[in-house]
Design a protein around this ligand. Sequence first.
Ligand code: SF4
Length: 302
Amino acid sequence: MARYRKLSEYLRERYKSRVQKIPIYAGFTCPNRLKGEPCIYCDSTGSGFSTLMNLSIRDQILTWKDRFKKKYKNVKFIAYFQAFSNTFASMDVLRRKYEEALVDDEIVALDISTRPDLLQEEILDLLESFKSRVDVFLDIGLQTVNYKTLKILKRHHTLAEFIDGVSRAKRRGFEVTTHVIANLPWDDLEDVIETAKVISALGIDGVKVHSLYVVKGTELGNMYERGEVSIGSLEEYVQRVVTFLEYLDPSIVIHRLVADPPKTGILFGNWGVSKLEIINAIEKELEDRDTYQGKKFDYLNR
Ligand code: SF4
């Protein structure tokens, strides 16, 4: 029995085939970076280190499609605008870049990753205009509901902006996925539980659970090198993720259970073990505790 709702199965059900996300660097930046105050963990690629950033959007997509089609038969694609804040430009620029990603009808969806405070109504209008051609998903960063931790992270938004952005996106029928970091050193288990509860209460559709990694040259990297931050054990991470899943609405799709750190410039990443080992450890803990996603989802009046 699957103990959590896996993305691959959800996509296969929905599109009747394998679906691959294509990570895109679209040349955007982010207001935090312009202010000279990026999130303390943000690397110089704005999490876009796996993108083919020297190519045009169209060529990035065609190159990835070629690679995946050599590996898989019957595969469809999601154009995932991943790096930096992908709603941070004029309407004309945004329209042109999103349009460029629709290279053919094997692209079944646009997935736009952005900050909760960059979802003004005119941006939602623009995104809505693409819905007649492809599905449109929104990836809205959060990391934690603990507003004190959000301040330490220098997110430059609070929980309120997140609730506002998600609520307005949901009212228009967008599918929303959010990102959380389960092992933030400033959060405890109660924060992790509260994050699961708020995400569930907001009716969010998908979650990406990340492990905190530390990149050299970031503010977090400097703090780590000065010994000001210590990251909990892998065992603790596994416990936190399993508890997070227990409190999460069982209908929420789990896009990931652990981060995928960059290959270079890393000071700390995934305790030196592979992603697969961590996923296996989480799945084993779910079995050992005989628990599953949503086991403790009994706190909303529904
Ligand atoms: S919002 Fe994203 S792109 Fe901007 S500084 Fe934070 S992590 Fe980097």
